[in-house]
Design a protein around this ligand. Structure first.
Ligand code: SP5
Ligand code: ZN
Length: 387
């Protein structure tokens, strides 16, 4: 009798660009104190080394066109992100008071403005807070370049998946089923991350919403319905906000309960289910701090069941691995096996999938966690294709 063996699926290609290293926030202002920060360049180095070692093919990201970013973000915020560092340097703030990064001090909240329009302040130090909602998301000389490169990686990954999955019949995109099984999953090694960035506001170490940009690219390439599944330890408030009224994009997230005191504090509660036409296309599953594999995987299973009921043509995974037990930014306690099993469950949806890097901050384990998630995704996709 022949032994029953199933082939290991080929390693998922990873898309990135070296410009992603130009973002050096240098610090986070945490409760008024300058701290080193955890969203650092070394993250991308350890992930990349781990994936190369495991044989994942490397793909260079293309540059996004301005229109690609405008599918998700306001012209005002994009202009701000592109220009505020130069204005800060020209304004002399890097030498007096000696702050070499853009840090906001005044936030024009809707409560402050009432119904008055948002004016553009003359002072760069006032403009610094126009689109930013926290003090943790600093801007330096390479921030825009890197944020743009991360968005480019998400778009290139979406294009690879779309090229394999759909054939464009003269401008009338039509799903025809996968042409190349191995291209059904692609991964974008995005840095900075994106899921806390909304259409017109950035924060949480995020500037451009890479997952949302990938979802819009998949739609433009023929996917009629896209599900974004967010397994970062934190709620992706930016992604949720961008699609909150949309019926064609599902957003589902499992994360540490913001009601238990965790970022982003104001969003990510279970009663947030969408607005107007988008009612029922948002799903939040908050978990108590210290939750481990059992609770986590049960929640991921619920997430996948809801996504399947949505019948997506494509999936975007917001792949944070900061749910891991050793991560300094979250109190969840998911193991590496739990992360791999998360990938298997998500891949089991069996539709073209783009995974986008979000958080994950424990450098000694970070590379292995991402590799485990991608191996799981490929395995889940391969099983779904055989079924
Ligand atoms: C993409 C992502 O994972 N963003 C997470 C942003 C969460 N940051 C919230 C601030 C928490 C302050 N961290 C202090 C760590 C002290 N060791
Ligand atoms: Zn996170």
């Amino acid at each position: 009798m022949r032994p029953v063996t199933t082939p290991t699926p080929p390693p998922v290609p990873f898309v990135w660009h070296p410009r992603t290293r130009r973002h050096v926030p240098g610090a986070e202002i945490w409760l008024g104190v300058r701290t080193p920060g955890t969203e650092i360049v070394e993250r991308v180095n350890v992930i990349r080394e781990s994936l190369i070692k495991k044989g994942h093919p490397e793909v260079t990201a293309g540059d996004p066109a301005p229109e690609d970013l405008l599918t998700v973000h306001s012209p005002g915020m994009l202009e701000h992100l592109r220009t505020i560092n130069d204005a800060w340097v020209v304004g002399g703030y890097a030498t007096d008071p000696g702050q070499d990064r853009v840090v906001p001090y005044i936030f024009p909240t809707t409560g402050m403005l009432a119904d008055l329009p948002l004016r553009r302040p003359a002072a760069a130090h006032a403009r610094a807070g126009m689109y930013c909602y926290d003090t943790m998301t600093l801007i330096g000389p390479g921030t825009w370049d890197a944020a743009e490169a991360a968005a480019g990686a998400a778009i290139t990954a979406a294009d690879r998946v779309a090229d394999a999955a759909w054939v464009d019949h003269s401008g009338d995109p039509e799903p025809v089923g996968p042409a190349h099984q191995e291209a059904l999953v692609a991964y974008a090694l995005c840095r900075p991350p994106g899921h806390h960035a909304a259409r017109d506001a950035f924060g949480g170490s995020c500037y451009l919403n890479n997952a949302a940009i990938a979802a819009e690219r998949l739609r433009a390439r023929g996917a009629r319905r896209v599900a974004i599944l967010d397994v970062d330890a934190h709620h992706g408030n930016g992604t949720q906000a961008i699609f909150y009224r949309r019926a064609d994009v599902f957003y589902g997230s499992v994360h540490v309960d913001p009601g238990a005191g965790w970022f982003p504090h104001f969003m990510g509660f279970a009663d947030e289910t969408g607005f107007h036409g988008g009612v029922g296309t948002t799903l939040n599953i908050p978990l108590p701090p210290r939750s481990g594999d059992d609770r986590w995987l049960a929640a991921v299973q619920d997430l996948v069941a809801s996504a399947r009921a949505f019948r997506p043509d494509a999936v975007v995974v917001s792949l944070g691995v900061d749910s891991a037990v050793d991560d300094p930014e979250s109190p969840l306690r998911v193991t590496r096996d739990g992360i791999a099993a998360t990938g298997v469950l998500l891949g089991g949806l069996g539709v073209p999938t783009v995974a986008v890097q979000e958080g994950g901050y424990h450098l000694p384990t970070l590379g292995g966690l991402v590799a485990a998630a991608l191996a799981g995704l490929a395995e889940g996709a391969a099983r779904a294709a055989r079924a």
